[in-house]
Ligand binder design. Sequence first.
Ligand SMILES: *[C@@H]1O[C@H](CO)[C@@H](O)[C@H](O)[C@H]1NC(C)=O
Ligand SMILES: *[C@@H]1O[C@H](CO)[C@@H](O)[C@H](O)[C@H]1NC(C)=O
Ligand SMILES: *[C@@H]1O[C@H](CO)[C@@H](O)[C@H](O)[C@H]1NC(C)=O
Ligand SMILES: *[C@@H]1O[C@H](CO)[C@@H](O)[C@H](O)[C@H]1NC(C)=O
Ligand SMILES: *[C@@H]1O[C@H](CO)[C@@H](O)[C@H](O)[C@H]1NC(C)=O
Ligand SMILES: *[C@@H]1O[C@H](CO)[C@@H](O)[C@H](O)[C@H]1NC(C)=O
Ligand SMILES: *[C@@H]1O[C@H](CO)[C@@H](O)[C@H](O)[C@H]1NC(C)=O
Length: 265
Amino acid sequence: MLPVLLPVLLLLLPARRGGAAAGLGITARTLSPCYSADLRPTSQRLVSAVGCTVLLTIPPLQVSRGVLWEYKAGLQEGVIVSYALDGPANTSRPYKNRTRFNETDFSLQIVLQQGDDRLYGFRSESEATGWFQLRVVEPLSEPEIVGNSSVKAGGNTKLVCNVLEGKADLYWWKKNGELLLGSDHIQFVDNSTLCIVKASMNDSGYYTCVVRNEVSQNETSFLLHVQNAANVVLPVILVCVLIGLLAGVFVWCRRRDRQCYNGCR
Ligand SMILES: *[C@@H]1O[C@H](CO)[C@@H](O)[C@H](O)[C@H]1NC(C)=O
Ligand SMILES: *[C@@H]1O[C@H](CO)[C@@H](O)[C@H](O)[C@H]1NC(C)=O
Ligand SMILES: *[C@@H]1O[C@H](CO)[C@@H](O)[C@H](O)[C@H]1NC(C)=O
Ligand SMILES: *[C@@H]1O[C@H](CO)[C@@H](O)[C@H](O)[C@H]1NC(C)=O
Ligand SMILES: *[C@@H]1O[C@H](CO)[C@@H](O)[C@H](O)[C@H]1NC(C)=O
Ligand SMILES: *[C@@H]1O[C@H](CO)[C@@H](O)[C@H](O)[C@H]1NC(C)=O
Ligand SMILES: *[C@@H]1O[C@H](CO)[C@@H](O)[C@H](O)[C@H]1NC(C)=O
């Protein structure tokens, strides 16, 4: 079969059957390593991450003429790779660099990009799979905590956890490694902000913001130092005492000087 004839062949291919009802099913799994994505094989739907490799497979199949992998995104459909058994596999441009088609078992490996969040299907001249849904999520980078690292006791303070890459589904906070629970004193606002009401020296410590989405988890820590009010009062008292002492010595010296003078005269 010449590649030129493939388009004709495609027209003769069976129509795609509806999702789960299809006899011929695609199985997919994410290859390791891939952040904290689930690596178990699934049918019909898979969640994976940008930058990771996904392997799409089909059950063993008797094929005499040709096969193809295709995608569907909204109304847009396209061929990923077409393969007439006697020719080289023809991979479409957007997939050229990052897919591997196995001519023996017809499996397809794809290194995922953001735009790959779409439906995938496989066809031979006699059979077609249902559409397989691939969801592609961006892994979370290390978040950033914004806040005042040094606050005075008695005041309120807040730490904001910003996710720089990807979208977090879940936020939680730890203090010195232990999960923080909300209270009147510790409040969580907009799920990314930690408010400490009437901070005390007790509240000093390492605060960790943990973020998670379907494929990844990341975290960052922040050292908060709550200054006791005494820390401000004590130096002031010390300075006053010192000034008092110096003044005393000064007066005493002057008096002594005067005494000396008087004595000498
Ligand atoms: C490869 O496929 C594209 C469309 O997917 C087609 O335009 C092109 O002619 C094909 N090339 C060969 C060598 O079959
Ligand atoms: C393949 O990807 C690399 C790096 O992403 C790029 O430099 C190269 O031009 C690509 N090749 C093709 C054929 O797209
Ligand atoms: C293609 O699939 C066959 C059968 O599963 C396997 O033995 C072979 O190693 C695969 N080839 C590549 C390049 O992965
Ligand atoms: C957290 O994000 C950094 C990049 O900001 C990345 O290097 C690291 O692998 C991520 N950690 C996890 C557990 O995904
Ligand atoms: C940090 O605290 C100081 C004094 O308590 C205050 O002047 C400053 O505005 C605070 N900075 C931020 C970013 O909240
Ligand atoms: C944060 O919480 C608000 C409502 O409390 C919710 O609408 C929003 O989706 C949440 N966002 C994240 C990233 O969890
Ligand atoms: C300070 O910490 C101790 C023990 O960690 C706790 O029992 C106490 O309630 C805390 N005080 C305040 C004001 O949070």
